[in-house]
Design a protein around this ligand. Sequence first.
Ligand SMILES: [Cu+2]
Length: 124
Amino acid sequence: MRKGYAELRVWFFIAPFFLWISLFAYDGVYADYKKDLTLPTPDVQHVTIENHAFTPQTITISVNTTVTWVNKDDMKHTVTSETGLFSSDGIPPGGTYDYQFKTAGVYKYHCKYHEQMIATVVVQ
Ligand SMILES: [Cu+2]
């Protein structure tokens, strides 16, 4: 048997090992890469506007959570902060309004059109 052929046979057995090692290493590098690319996704919570009420009437969320109000009534409502911090325009039936709460606190709000519609967002 010629020497060159023997070496080729050795590589035939060794090469898959190197391939396996390199794939393993790549997987580790790629996992780190993916981890770096993954930004924290902002949390979103929903409040439903239905039957002239906000549900839940008090929602407790963590800082940086966005609240999306969904109007399921057949008339316009607003989401209006007691302090003027945020205020939607009239949200039409089927419409939504988003607000992101970046500071801990207790935020009372109401609907401009219907005084009895009051609710609270607690940010902690
Ligand atoms: Cu209203």
